[in-house]
Write a protein that binds this ligand. Structure first.
Ligand SMILES: [Zn+2]
Length: 263
């Protein structure tokens, strides 16, 4: 019996910025198409077959103030709008350890965190000595996840792994050394939560990488990997594109602009 999962994107924060900040070389090239290109922040929910799997945990209002982002709601509270009790969730996939993806993980005390081995190596190793690589990491988040390892509640993956029937994680790298994406079986075929393997639709569609990057080559290869993993065009969900809320319907009119149903 194949499980067909429901998949949701939950928007919790926003950031106004220019298009030139979203592509390598965008500022230096004097891009004639530069203009506003805001960024949304999401966590995702996969639900079906008696399981609730949360993908990424977002950041707090305090972190939003520190980093000059516009915080709209606590991600755990957003999950509550779908009837999910964050404190009882058993499985959380952390796509990578950047502050906007792993902050708040304490709000999921029962959860096993699914993380790529390479991501922990990256976040605790020599490259964090360089500001250009550590800028989007918060030492407290990384240290907290290390403590979670000692509590026995981190499950490391090395490459591709199935975490539930019809739900798998896949190492892509690129943006960070150990970035993973999530593939989910749904009523309309396989859907891929790309997270920051592609921040916007435009990054993957035009093969123009986002400027926060560990390996440009891996990021470019990642766009092809996303297409291989997805069930068809339009089945790849970028990590930060406000278009997601426009392209997919809210599950209920009261959740318009907050939650989009992706399957
Ligand atoms: Zn991100």
């Amino acid at each position: 019996m194949t499980v067909e999962y429901e998949v949701y994107a939950l928007k919790y924060a926003h950031h106004e910025r220019r298009a030139s900040e979203n592509f390598i070389g965008g500022a230096a090239g004097g891009d004639a198409h530069d203009g506003p290109m805001p960024l949304d922040y999401f966590v995702w929910l996969i639900r079906g077959g008696g399981r609730e799997i949360v993908v990424d945990t977002g950041f707090s209002a305090a972190m939003a103030r520190k980093r000059g982002r516009h915080h709209l709601r606590c991600p755990a509270q957003a999950l509550g709008l779908l009837g999910v009790d964050a404190s009882a969730v058993k499985d959380v996939v952390i796509t990578h350890l950047h502050y906007d993806h792993v902050g708040n993980f304490e709000l999921f005390p029962q959860a096993t965190l699914h993380l790529q081995e390479l991501e922990m190596r990256y976040a605790t190793g020599r490259y964090m000595c360089s500001e250009c690589f550590r800028g989007a990491f918060e030492a407290e988040d990384v240290a907290g996840v290390v403590r979670r390892v000692f509590d026995g509640r981190v499950r490391f993956h090395d490459g591709d792994a199935q975490i539930a029937p019809g739900v798998s994680v896949h190492l892509v790298g690129g943006h960070t050394m150990g970035l993973q994406v999530v593939r989910v079986g749904t009523r309309s075929g396989a859907l891929v939560l790309a997270s920051d393997a592609s921040h916007f639709y435009a990054n993957m569609e035009e093969a123009r990488p986002f400027p926060i990057v560990w390996s440009v080559a891996d990021m470019i290869d990642g766009y092809a990997r996303l297409r291989d993993l997805a069930g068809g065009p339009g089945r790849i969900i970028p990590g930060h594109d406000p278009q997601v809320m426009a392209r997919y319907p809210a599950p209920h009119s009261s959740l318009q602009g907050v939650v989009a149903r992706l399957d």
